[in-house]
Design a protein around this ligand. Structure first.
Ligand code: B12
Length: 314
């Protein structure tokens, strides 16, 4: 198991903040959604281990209110993760095995739905012992809460996998801060309304771009369409196409209010304790969730994701 240590050390040297190893066979046996299995074997039959890496978002990021800065920095982190994963792959190949990075933010057309990547990194991260899934199904880690981006390396080298945490980190509706803060009310009972979330999270992603083009086509007057072409949104779409900024990460509200993580009280609590988006409707939604959990009613969102919410091999 010398390789485990040398690979982890290399990943940290390259800049990863968290590193964990998942057994490919376990990922093959436990696809997050069995209807559209995101398994290593679909990508590569001989894959034996998946090394999951995480990079934290700089603490200072959450002090900036400037949207372009946030879009830009989030993209930098994702690019950095890709570079770390590529270098780590070369390192593993220098040991005499095959390796390559996952297609991080590509959604796989073969999986029918545009929201399914070849590998679900949050689920792989739970298998690799980095954390558990929260109420909104984001990965939460003991170190940085949900404030990490993820990437993975697939290899045919058999490595001793890390253990799952075996301990749920998120309190669910008893905390509910992600739900209360969500600007589009996309957080459900251990589930997420992806369409709603993507309006904010992928503000300059492909769906928004198509919508913007339709607006231009459907404008009542030529002047109106010219205005839409000259708009700041149009510039942001150009930036997204050029650099990726804003195409995948554009809303960070659930991340900045989450109290999980050693970093929260030190770097975020003073700024994000108060949640202005709280409404009676959201408070009632949470109350209903707590009542449902107390009464033992089957909560579908929990049923689908319990393995990763609990971080338990069930
Ligand atoms: C597509 C995508 C989105 C979509 C859909 C998100 C989603 N939950 O799938 C949208 C646009 C909404 C989105 C939003 C965001 N994203 Co995003 N996204 C992705 C991407 C590219 C693929 C996700 C994927 O494959 N989902 C697959 C399905 C299986 O996941 P799921 O639907 O949650 O699965 C459960 C449900 O389907 C449920 N279920 C429901 N009904 C049913 C029915 C049946 C029968 C069954 C069996 C199951 C089932 O059970 C499943 C098991 O848990 C990943 C990158 C990657 N490669 O993983 C990043 C990723 C998940 N996003 C990320 C981030 C950070 C965000 C945002 C915060 C935006 C931002 N600032 O960057 C928001 C947060 C939203 C949230 N709470 O999850 C990070 C997550 C980091 C973390 N700490 O968790 C990732 C990993 C990107 C990265 N490189 O780090 N994202």
């Amino acid at each position: 198991m010398e390789n485990v240590q040398s690979i982890k050390t290399k990943a940290y040297e390259l800049g990863a903040d968290l590193v964990g190893i998942a057994d490919a066979e376990k990922l093959n046996l436990n696809p997050p959604d069995s209807r559209w299995p995101q398994t290593p074997k679909r990508i590569w039959e001989e894959c034996r281990s998946v090394i999951v890496i995480a990079k934290r978002i700089p603490f200072g990021f959450f002090r900036s209110k400037d949207l372009s800065t946030r879009l830009y920095v989030a993209q930098l982190i994702m690019n950095r993760l890709d570079n770390i994963a590529l270098e780590l792959s070369y390192f593993i190949e220098s040991l005499g095995y095959y390796a390559f990075p996952a297609a991080q933010n590509y959604t796989d057309p073969e999986l029918k739905r545009a929201t399914y990547a070849p590998l679900s990194l949050r689920h792989a991260a739970v298998e690799a012992g980095l954390g558990t899934l929260g109420l909104n199904l984001n990965l939460v880690t003991p170190n940085f809460g949900p404030r990490v981006y993820l990437q993975a390396v697939l290899t045919d080298l058999r490595l001793r996998p890390d253990k799952m945490l075996n301990n749920p980190i998120c309190l669910g509706p008893k905390c509910g801060r992600c739900l209360l803060a969500c600007p589009v009310d996309a957080v459900g009972h251990w589930k997420l309304d992806k369409r709603r979330c993507s309006m904010k999270a992928q503000r300059y992603g492909v769906a928004s771009l198509i919508k913007h083009i339709h607006k231009i086509i459907d404008a009542q007057t030529k002047e109106e369409s010219k205005e839409l072409v000259k708009s700041m949104d149009f510039v942001s779409f150009w930036q997204a196409l050029r650099t990726g900024a804003g195409a995948y990460g554009a809303c960070f509200r659930c991340m900045e209010v989450c109290p999980i993580g050693d970093d929260y009280s030190k770097h975020l609590k003073d700024l994000y304790r108060h949640i202005p988006e709280i409404t009676m409707k959201k408070l009632n939604k949470i109350k209903e969730m707590i009542t449902a959990e107390k009464s033992g009613i089957e909560v579908l969102g929990f049923v689908h994701s319990s393995r990763w919410i609990l971080g338990k091999d069930i």
